[in-house]
Design a binder for this molecule. Structure first.
Ligand code: NAP
Length: 299
């Protein structure tokens, strides 16, 4: 019987733990955990993401601050805001929503966020800590941290003897995911657009993680019977069955066929997606505890 991994429920458990950690922080320090989210421009999808992040932060009991800047914001103005937030002791996490409008240099902005407030885990110091196997003192990129939590639900913390294939090598997801799996003792292969015969690499994988951005690319004959399949992809495809011009979300895995062979599989939507925002809240709580010199909670 295949387990369909319930990301909504896993995320709700994390949110419950974060809410209680935020209350504990307030009790011990008299202040609130603070998250600042910055959005530049008018991209509707980014506004929707930022809206749900701010709402969730409030639900966790955080001091949630949103800075909405116009499309024509300059690099200097954005860097000045980041510097202000870096210096603000009531703010423990700073998130700049990506993608930024084309005239802005995202990397310079992201690297300007203090590593200890970089709750997206994208600063090179945080990426570097993960690369050297330090999972304790940095902040880990939210989506891989969330995907790893789902893997742990199925396999526990020690993946010794298991083969893992991560398809995708982005800094945002593929590389940190591979490092988390490696740190948990899995034998890790990273596939990408130049890999040959991903299907046979897949058939050798006890854990297959797909983060490509290609709708339903991973087919049933890529899956080792009983494998755990984590689908990170978010792709919108036409859904004429829902009405003219309608669309629906699918992952990078052909769920309907793979569910018959996998041992456990995460759906899209309702799998990894809800975990990202939950881990953002978790990182913010961790950052606040560390700043106050308190032992940070684990999620
Ligand atoms: P990305 O930066 O575009 O990276 C995609 C990766 O897939 C690259 O490493 C690329 O290889 C590889 N790739 C592209 N076409 C391929 C092919 N035909 N065969 C094998 N590999 C191929 O994307 P990303 O930011 O990592 O995101 C990946 C997916 O995850 C997207 O659908 C995104 O929406 C989703 N995502 C979801 C969440 C969430 O909250 N659930 C968060 C982040 C991302 P090369 O390096 O060789 O180009």
């Amino acid at each position: 019987m295949t387990t369909v991994i319930d990301g909504k429920q896993a995320a709700a458990s994390v949110i419950e733990a974060v809410t209680s950690a935020a209350a504990g922080y307030e009790k011990q320090t008299g202040g609130k955990v603070g998250l600042a989210v910055v959005i530049v421009g008018n991209d509707p999808a980014s506004h929707a993401y930022v809206g749900s992040k701010s709402k969730m932060a409030k639900q966790c009991g955080f001091n949630s601050v949103q800075h909405t800047l116009p499309e024509e914001t300059t690099q200097e103005e954005l860097m000045a805001l980041v510097a202000t937030l870096n210096a603000d002791a009531s703010i423990h996490g700073v998130l700049v929503q990506l993608p930024l409008p084309k005239h802005l240099q995202s990397d310079a902005v992201i690297q300007a966020i203090l590593p200890e407030k970089d709750v997206d885990g994208l600063n090179i110091l945080n990426a570097g800590k993960l690369a050297v196997g330090d999972l304790e003192t940095g902040l880990i990129s939210c989506t891989p941290a969330g995907a790893m939590l789902l893997v742990r639900q199925i396999h526990g913390t020690d993946l010794s003897g298991l083969n893992a294939l991560v398809i995708g090598r982005s800094n945002l997801f593929g590389k940190p995911m591979a490092q988390l799996l490696l740190a948990a003792n899995a034998t890790v292969t990273i596939g990408h657009s130049r890999s040959h015969d991903l299907a046979s690499l897949g058939r050798n994988a006890d854990i297959l993680v797909a983060a490509v951005g290609r709708a339903q690319m991973v087919k049933v004959d890529w899956i080792k019977p009983g494998a755990t399949v984590i689908d990170v992809g978010i792709n919108r495809i036409p859904a004429p069955e829902k009405g003219e011009g309608k669309s629906r979300l699918v992952g990078d895995v052909a769920f309907d066929e793979c569910v018959a062979v996998a041992g456990a599989i995460s759906p899209v939507p309702g799998g990894v997606g809800p975990m990202t925002i939950a881990m953002l809240m978790a990182n913010t709580a961790i950052a606040a505890y560390r700043t106050a010199g308190l032992t940070a909670p684990k999620f």
